[in-house]
Design a protein around this ligand. Sequence first.
Ligand SMILES: Cc1cc2nc3c(=O)[nH]c(=O)nc-3n(C[C@H](O)[C@H](O)[C@H](O)COP(=O)(O)OP(=O)(O)OC[C@H]3O[C@@H](n4cnc5c(N)ncnc54)[C@H](O)[C@@H]3O)c2cc1C
Length: 381
Amino acid sequence: MKIAIIGGGVAAFEAAKTVRSLSNEAEITIYSREETLPYRRPALSRMASETLSDAQFYIKPESFYAENRIDLKLSHTLNAIDTANRTLQFNTGESAIYDKLLLAVGSHCFCPPIPGMDLNGVMSLREYSDLQKLRMRLDSGVRNVTVIGGGLLGLELSESLLKRNCLVTVIEGCPNLLPRNLDAEAAEIVLEMFGKVENLTLRFGRTVDSIEGKAGKVVGVNLANGTIPAELVMVSAGVRANTEIAASGQIKCNRGIVVDKFMRTSASDVYAAGDCAEVDAVSYGLYDAARNMGEIAAHNMLGEEKAFVFQPFPARLSVFGVKLFSVGKLSGEHSKTTYDPKAGTLKKLFYDANKVFVGAILIGDLREAPKLQAELAPQRA
Ligand SMILES: Cc1cc2nc3c(=O)[nH]c(=O)nc-3n(C[C@H](O)[C@H](O)[C@H](O)COP(=O)(O)OP(=O)(O)OC[C@H]3O[C@@H](n4cnc5c(N)ncnc54)[C@H](O)[C@@H]3O)c2cc1C
């Protein structure tokens, strides 16, 4: 059986690994448009300021693919799918046929339609090639950087930029810090902690009107109440699933490639997993979810029915010396807060009207995180 897996991220990797663990005969090919071995994408933010070893960065060394008879074709972009004839066309001019196809093509950074987005010096960080470009900018001595978007990724990136001696301004449209990961009380506490960080300015509840340029290069960011000087603008305003390639093959897409709980798309023998997939109207955009979906897709491609079970995948962040963890629903009829300002720790538990535990936030001391996560999982969608 020919199994074609498109994408070089964790969903693709996990699918290939799982297929091989279940079948000695399957012919497995991964096609990735990136030039690098599959790597741990979340590490990209840290790598703007740190050097990681290959073992820390790559999911597995090159030898793994040969040992497991996984044909890894890098620099291969899938350009077209013909689901009727089970044929794939690549940018290299090559074509391939499949018995089962997995689309694990991830997502891309959303760039809000702001005037000036096309200026030299406006970037986002999604792939290793973006990191290389960012490092070159930082090496050239960039000092003033504006980060558009104060979510988890924007904050992680800001920390790296501070380590590279940049003056960083984060602009976030929402009035609260990390609205998806903290409630208003916890956000207030964390904001106070972050407020003490040198060379970091956080501006919440503000939107960027336009990006100012001179001779095609970024020179500033215009807000309603003035301009912030900037030589580099990093856009970290959320992600959108890569659906174009599926849609061009008449596969049903919504915000993501629509899959059922077995990761099956609307096309026969075509599956999708990871950031590109939408299951029960949810696109997770999380590393653990992508890995889990890759594994589930592998089982189903081999005819073993295995369903994806909704899980409250947690959010974790460790920036500016503050550790955060949140999981589940961050609101409820009842809540219990334990806050120690001296120790810089907070534990907040949320309960529904029936006093059932539905979510948690931890700040500072995350030792209870695995226990709280286990108490919430699994819930069926
Ligand atoms: C900087 C950064 C930090 C992050 N931090 C966290 C974190 O702390 N916690 C967390 O849970 N998540 C984090 N994430 C999100 C997490 O990395 C993703 O959820 C996860 O990588 C999704 O895996 P995936 O395999 O579905 O897709 P991806 O990792 O995006 O991989 C998709 C692959 O498909 C390739 N591709 C796309 N189109 C084609 C095509 N047509 N042909 C061939 N190949 C194609 C892409 O080049 C890419 O290699 C972070 C992401 C970034 C960018």
